[in-house]
Design a protein around this ligand. Structure first.
Ligand code: GTP
Ligand code: MG
Length: 469
């Protein structure tokens, strides 16, 4: 098989720096012949005679034929490699100068430097990976939590691809059956009855709805939820940040106004990744620095996808809490999830503050939780509540198809809109219009997984990779 890319590319695939081993990867039609100029197996065989997917010990030489290193070299013959092309991987000692010297030899012998993600891009072009799988490769590299790693692994294994393939096939089946009837009315070509056509579209809609909904979890696990800790001064916001971060990230004192700026920290709350902002307590102030801090708190509130609204009921709700409630109520009315935390529960009896609790519940539409943030045992119930909100407690269930980024979400949402329009059209406008909508839905699904995708989208995805992947 010959590559559709003219050039043979090379790059160092391991991070730059000193290490036990580094890998230089060369891929393309000429990968083996280029390497034959400077990589000589100890067995005296030529590199091209090395069995597919096997490793040999080889001398790697400089332009004068002097030894640069002894390396383990793997050879993969097209199409059975990551990229689908001939590929050579040289595992040498991990010195910076040494690896660069070997890369330079590959370039001097005819390879060109690979761009970011170019190996994976070639794998995509060779049909080895769908776009959602390529994105899962980025997800595996970027994963900072076990949950995001396991979701990315599922998607690399094709969980989303299998789901979208099934929806696509279902729609194709519907469209071809309907067109057969429209184009050849006299022949009996319909493979589906009218009811089956409707059911086919309905089942695609429900599968797309599930996929669309899954982004709530996928986003929370893989991209992270922008979360603000919001409240008046001294309610224990920074204590809650420290509780979730499991370290003394922010200064905590009994002085109101301790936190004056936004403090950011990324935290794994069970399976959910929280991109937390602890903020300055919101209250009326004439102090210039404090009022800038308050402004920043409000900006963080407006950008948040999850709000932890904190109250200290040991002194009862006051006018400043009312102001907090008004700010948060507005965001809740836009559908932003809120966890109302009545902190310092070790200092009050819930019976005595039940009116305050009721008021918070009524304004924010959610039952407040009583918490003592000073106590590390409070972390567990808070985390499990967050997991519940993002339906993330069981992300690695085998039959899960979870979309994990905004691009996939947009494609699924648009496919869903077209499928819904198709159902409407079938009822009121006719089969032609319905089929046109279904084809648009198929186009969007094709975009999701790369069957029909613009070069801009492909470029923007692969530029997120590092060089050498
Ligand atoms: N008893 C008790 N004290 C708490 C609890 N949580 C926080 N505190 C105390 O309340 C005081 C204020 O805590 P912080 O976390 O600094 O409060 P904050 O909301 O960040 O305050 P500002 O940054 O000033 O807005 C500190 O003395 C904490 O130790 C709790 O659950 N119980
Ligand atoms: Mg604070």
């Amino acid at each position: 098989m010959y590559s559709m890319f003219g050039s043979t590319i090379a790059a160092i695939s391991t991070p730059r720096g000193k290490g036990g081993v580094a890998v230089i990867r060369i891929s393309g039609d000429e990968a083996i012949s280029i390497c034959e100029s400077f990589v000589f197996p100890k067995s005296k065989k030529k590199l091209g005679e090395i069995r597919h997917a096997s490793v040999c010990l080889a001398d790697v030489t400089d332009e004068d034929g002097d030894l640069l290193d002894e390396a383990l070299v793997s050879v993969f013959h097209a199409p059975h490699s990551y990229t689908g092309e001939n590929t050579v991987e040289i595992s040498c000692h991990g010195g910076i100068l040494l690896t660069e010297s070997i890369l330079m030899r590959a370039l001097a012998c005819g390879a060109v430097q690979a761009g970011p993600g170019e190996f994976t891009r070639r794998a995509f072009s060779a049909g080895k990976l769908s776009l959602s799988q390529a994105e899962a490769v980025i997800g595996m590299i970027d994963a900072q939590t076990k949950a995001s790693l396991s979701l990315s692994r599922l998607n690399l294994g094709g969980a989303v691809r299998r789901k979208t393939d099934a929806i696509y096939e279902n729609l194709r089946n519907v469209v071809s059956s309907v067109y057969a009837v429209i184009d050849f009315p006299d022949e009996d070509l319909a493979s589906l009855s009218e009811d089956e056509v409707r059911e086919g579209i309905e089942s695609a809609i429900s599968a797309l709805e599930n996929l669309r909904r899954s982004y709530k979890t996928g986003h929370a696990v893989c991209e992270g939820v922008r979360t603000v800790i919001f409240g008046k001064p001294n309610t224990g916001k920074s204590t809650i940040l420290n509780l979730l971060a499991e370290k003394e990230r922010a200064i905590v004192t009994d002085v109101a106004g301790t936190t004056r700026d936004v403090i950011s920290e990324t935290v794994a709350a069970g399976n959910v990744t929280l991109r937390l902002s602890d903020t300055a307590g919101v209250h009326g102030t004439n102090d210039l620095v404090e009022s800038i801090g308050v402004q920043r708190s409000i900006e963080a509130l407006e950008e948040a996808e999850l709000i932890l609204a904190v109250f200290d009921l040991s002194h009862g709700l006051d006018a400043e809490d009312e102001e907090i409630l008004t700010h948060v109520e507005k965001r809740a009315s836009f559908g932003i999830p809120v966890i109302a935390i009545c902190n310092k529960s070790d200092l009050f009896e819930s019976e005595k503050v039940k009116n305050d609790i009721q008021k918070i519940e009524t304004m924010l539409g959610t039952k407040p939780i009583l918490l003592s943030a000073k106590n590390e045992n409070s972390r567990e119930p808070l985390v499990s509540l967050i997991e519940q909100i993002f339906e993330s407690s069981d992300v690695s269930a085998a039959d899960n198809a979870v979309i994990t980024n905004a691009r996939q979400f947009a494609a699924v949402s648009e496919a869903l809109t077209h499928a819904q329009s198709a159902l409407f059209s079938l009822e009121y406008l006719g089969e032609d219009t319905a089929c046109a909508e279904l084809e648009l839905a198929m186009g969007k699904l094709g975009e999701l997984d790369g069957r029909q995708v613009t070069i801009d989208i492909v470029d923007s995805i692969f530029h997120r990779f590092c060089v050498g992947k």
